[in-house]
Write a protein that binds this ligand. Structure first.
Ligand SMILES: [Zn+2]
Length: 547
């Protein structure tokens, strides 16, 4: 940051409560407490960099010490307010704890506080980045903080509230300054751009808002830099702004993510190439992508304010909305696969192409591409075609997962031996149902027993007819499982032939037969004579031989 870029931020630094943007609630609370003469011994302002912590600290100091008193405090300038604004007031001491962390510094402060104010109502200590103080310094401070003289007030500011001892925290009135909302920040810098007669397009302003991530100071610095680089009469448009700020727009990445989930290969590659053409290094891209996966996975446990992550509120709500439709497993898989690709980038010669392949593989990894295609294929021949290609896709997924978790092992093993231990031979529908049972695929088992009529069953081929209750994903699910269990591709075809009655029906028929047989026995007739209202509803066999 050069000196020039600070100009706007200083020029438009808020001088009173009304100038503040995005902190109305905090301002109102402070004003009311001063009016009611309930001034705390210590104020504590917390929030991310550039939201105005030290600015508001000075505004509070002015409100307390204005030459004209609080009710008539100056709108324009007075001796005290001027001095406070330029950090030169004799009774208002500003220190930056980042540079003065020692106990001696705090002792100096305390020494200074022994005597009342010289030219104003209060002696005020403003301590910026107060969390940087050492433990001993905090302890020294605490004594004064517990019982300060009437004329002494503390104003603390920090970006890291958690590093402040609870003993100190409990003596402060705490104010959380929120990140400035994108829309507010946009309006604000637009106003300033107009005041400065700058030519900046709205899109470029929006980019500035995005990059500054809720920090007014950053937004003004960027605007400053943008205006300074402009040649006469030229406008700062989006392209130029992206160029100047070397910025890679995260919302592009969110769009890309959405398209990956949709399986839109053409558009995904198109967007990636556009990003690449902006001069974004593949490594930068993939690290940003990884970060984005993290946000998608955890967005529900995050709030815009609670963390220092780098999204603006538009992006935040966009991610939140999209993430509800993405299964956790997909995101975890994405995460692992992205990390793997990051490691690989060092050993490939063309990183750019690796990223393109990475994106394509992600689409298959999410398997959503597959689902979409199944949905749109309605007639039988198309479905069959899908089934034929399905195991390929599944194999790809399996391989990718294995690559991640057991890379070394796979390298040692010969490719074709990989699954030998776990593969099964399935010779009949009954065996298939048994395998479903073993693998806890109860949904498939249910469908097979209930809604499928077998026409023929031979090696790697199964012909069925089915009733209308059959789950629409049945064929796809079964194909994937067939491949997983047998290591081979199976073709499942539909037939107009009625096929065998379903297994459940077969069982019911057997049972009926058995019931009838039992009812015709002499034993049963004897029972009926004794219990006239008895009715046989079920027969349980002791063992199979009795059948
Ligand atoms: Zn004043």
């Amino acid at each position: 940051m050069n000196n020039n870029s600070k100009v706007l931020a200083l020029k438009y630094r808020p001088q009173n409560f009304d100038d503040l943007i995005g902190q109305e609630v905090v301002a109102e609370t402070i004003k009311n407490s001063i009016k009611a003469d309930k001034i705390p011994n210590a104020y504590l302002f917390t929030g991310i960099r550039g939201v105005g912590k030290t600015t508001i600290a000075r505004i509070v100091a002015k409100a307390l010490n204005c030459t004209n008193g609080y009710e008539n405090r100056c709108k324009i300038k007075c001796e005290n307010c001027d001095a406070i604004a330029s950090s030169s007031h004799i009774d208002v001491l500003e220190i930056d704890a980042a540079s003065k962390t020692g106990v001696d510094d705090v002792r100096d402060l305390i020494e200074f506080s022994r005597y009342g104010p010289t030219s104003s109502k209060y002696k005020i200590f403003i301590i910026d980045e107060v969390h940087m103080l050492s433990k001993q310094a905090f302890n020294a401070l605490l004594k004064t903080l517990e019982e300060p003289p009437e004329y002494l007030k503390f104003i603390f500011a920090t970006t890291e509230i958690k590093k402040i001892p609870i003993t100190v925290l409990s003596r402060c009135q705490r104010f959380d300054l929120s990140r400035i909302k994108s829309s507010e920040l946009f309006e604000y810098i637009k106003k300033i751009k107009d005041k400065e007669n700058g030519k900046v397009s709205d899109e470029a302003l929006r980019l500035i808002v995005k990059i500054s991530e809720g920090s007014v100071r950053d937004a003004l610095s960027l605007l400053d830099r943008g205006l300074l680089t402009l040649d006469n009469n030229k406008e700062l448009d989006l392209d130029l702004a992206q160029n100047i700020f070397g910025y890679f727009d995260k919302s592009q990445l969110i769009d890309l993510f959405k398209l990956i989930l949709k399986g839109d290969e053409k558009k995904v590659i198109e967007i990636y190439r556009k990003i690449y053409d902006q001069g974004i290094e593949p490594k930068v891209f993939i690290n940003d992508f990884l970060e984005l996966v993290y946000y998608f996975k955890n967005i529900n446990s995050l709030t815009l304010e609670s963390t220092n992550f780098s999204l603006n509120d538009d992006e935040f709500s966009k991610i939140k909305k999209i993430s509800t439709d993405i299964p956790n497993e997909v995101l975890i898989l994405f995460w692992q696969f992205t990390i793997k690709t990051i490691n690989e980038l060092d050993i490939v010669s063309n990183q750019n192409l690796s990223i393109e392949m990475f994106l394509v593989r992600l689409m298959y990894l999410s398997s959503l591409k597959l689902k979409n295609e199944l949905k749109t294929h309605t007639n039988l021949s198309d479905v069959k075609e899908m089934i034929d290609t399905t195991p390929e896709i599944k194999k790809d997924i399996v391989d990718q997962i294995k690559n991640i978790t057991q890379e070394k092992k796979i390298k040692i093993e010969a490719e074709d031996k990989k699954d030998i231990d776990s593969t099964k031979i399935i010779n009949s529908l009954d065996e298939l149902i048994e395998v479903c049972n073993e693998n806890k695929e109860m949904k498939l088992k249910y469908e097979l027993e209930k809604n499928v009529n077998l026409v023929s069953f031979e090696k790697n081929r199964m012909e069925i007819s089915f009733n209308e209750k059959l789950d629409k994903n049945f064929v796809k699910d079964l194909s994937l499982k067939f491949f997983e269990w047998t290591g081979e591709r199976w073709i499942i075809t539909f037939s107009k032939t009625k096929g065998e009655i379903s297994i459940k029906e077969q069982e019911q028929n057997k049972k009926n037969e058995l019931l009838n047989k039992t009812k015709s026995t002499e034993f049963y007739k004897e029972i009926l004579k004794k219990f006239t209202d008895a009715n046989l509803t079920d027969v349980i066999l002791k063992n199979k031989e009795e059948n």
